[in-house]
Design a protein around this ligand. Structure first.
Ligand code: PXG
Length: 439
């Protein structure tokens, strides 16, 4: 990539979730990556504090993944998976279900987290229908939830900016209240003690709509995009119990928490709560090739296999189980296992927690939240300018050689799981230095 991209050359690409004019006036380009670092086109080294976008869990430039994809492409570049199949798809599915808790032993492949979410919502509604319960069509999400950008995902999602421009969305959707409460829980270490009762909000919605109309509840076990919002202690267990009581499916959106982010393969294992469906993407292939996977419990899959012979689920993507993605997925899972990365977050969690909470004394910090290898550092918003302080932190950190993510005025950190304790210190120290310069 040329380091001399002119302003004009940046124009054609309408960039996603980006302030395009601001970016194109002052671009931040990444040209190369290896291990824990990116390099800019000018050769400046940048420590990756967010695993790309929460996806490069094994670190950058993993040669095993490159080699596996290259070999797969040279052998079988593409094969349909509608009424046909290829070995790598089955191999990856078999490998993945071994990681999942309980009987989540069937996998539907997609190409992104958004597609995983829409797939899961469709499976949930269709499941009740094939069981003869077609009135269960309603979906329950949660305020501040992020479930990608498909119409299903934004309908159950709870971030106003992602919804308000896009019209009416899916009918029959309602939302639980969110679990962020700085007044009670500021600077909690790990899951906050206060707030399990917030799960009772589901009983309110069941009373309002009647259980017989509700297909599923979807939540992120730990919400990432809204700025790292943790479930209070016991909250997810309560949600599970209420779903069980009323025959409602529980979907965990683990696009971020899947594949080791919390120190276990999935968040379901971390919290010891068994969902009926898990959605994943991101870390599945270490971010190297787009791919998502929806894990489904045996009883759900089996319910579809009881009808007359023929196609059981009228759903799928041209690129479901794309050979290149399967090769990347298999090579990634091999690395995770060989290097113990799915549990490395647990080993580092305490050092991580201590490091990020050291930012408590930095200017404008009003809350710090952490779990596994994730942290959110919330800054006080400037009056009338929500997000301005966060954006300034992003720009200045990048100039100082650290890549962070900000959402509004919250800094979200989720480094690759290969991070060393020295790199944790470096990341946090530089962020602290930057925060001191921000008024
Ligand atoms: N569900 C969850 C829980 C996610 O975090 C998606 C679905 C959608 O995945 P795709 O692959 O369609 O983007 C996500 C994606 C951020 C950030 O910095 C988070 C995501 C994507 C981009 C940025 O918070 N999460």
């Amino acid at each position: 990539m040329s380091s001399a991209l002119t302003r004009d050359a940046l124009e054609a690409f309408w960039m996603p979730f980006t302030a395009n004019r601001q970016f194109k006036d002052q671009p931040r380009l990444l040209a190369r990556a290896e291990g824990m670092h990116y390099w800019t086109p000018e050769g400046r080294k940048v420590l990756d504090g967010c695993a790309g976008l929460w996806c490069v869990n094994a670190g950058h430039g993993r040669k095993e993944i490159t080699a596996a994809v290259a070999e797969q492409m040279a052998t079988l570049d593409y094969a349909p998976t509608f009424q046909m199949g290829h070995p790598a798809g089955f191999e990856l599915a078999n490998r993945l279900v071994k990681l999942a808790p309980g009987d989540l032993n069937h996998v539907f492949f997609t190409n992104s987290g958004s597609e995983s979410v829409d797939t899961a919502l469709k499976i949930a509604i269709a499941y009740h229908r094939v069981k003869g319960d077609a009135s269960r069509q309603r979906l329950i999400g949660r305020e501040k939830g992020y479930h990608g950008v498909g119409f299903g995902g934004i309908s159950v999602g709870g971030l106003a900016n992602n919804r308000k421009y896009f019209g009416a969305m899916l009918p029959g959707v309602d939302h639980l209240r969110h679990t962020l409460d700085i007044e009670h829980n500021a600077f909690s270490r790990g899951v906050p003690e206060w707030g399990a009762h917030l799960a009772d909000d589901l009983e309110r919605l069941v009373t309002l709509h009647d259980a017989s109309t509700i297909a599923a509840v979807i939540v992120e076990p730990m919400a990432g995009s809204a700025g790292v919002i943790l479930p209070p202690k016991g909250y997810l267990q309560k949600l599970r119990a209420i779903c069980d009581k009323h025959g409602i499916l529980l979907i965990f959106d683990e696009v971020i928490t899947g594949f080791g982010r919390l120190g276990t393969a999935f968040g379901a294992q971390y919290f010891d709560v068994m969902p009926d469906i898990i959605t994943t993407a991101k870390g599945l292939t270490n971010g190297a090739i787009p791919m998502g996977a929806v894990f489904v419990r045996k009883q759900i899959y089996d319910a579809f296999m009881k009808g007359p012979d023929g196609i059981e689920l009228f759903h799928g993507y041209t690129y479901s189980a794309h050979p290149a993605a399967c090769a990347a997925g298999l090579a990634t899972q091999e690395i995770y296992e060989r290097e113990g990365l799915l549990t490395r977050g647990a080993e580092l969690a305490k050092a991580w927690e201590d490091a990020v909470h050291s930012l408590r004394s930095a200017p404008n910090v009003i809350d710090i939240r952490n779990l596994g290898l994730v942290a959110g550092v919330e800054l006080q918003s400037r009056a009338g300018a929500v997000g301005a302080r966060g954006y300034e932190a992003l720009v200045k950190c990048f100039e100082k050689g650290v890549l962070i993510r900000t959402t509004g005025d919250t800094i979200a950190l989720s480094p690759p799981l290969i991070i060393s304790t020295a790199q944790i210190d470096e990341l946090v120290t530089r962020i602290g230095e930057v925060l001191k310069t921000i008024a």
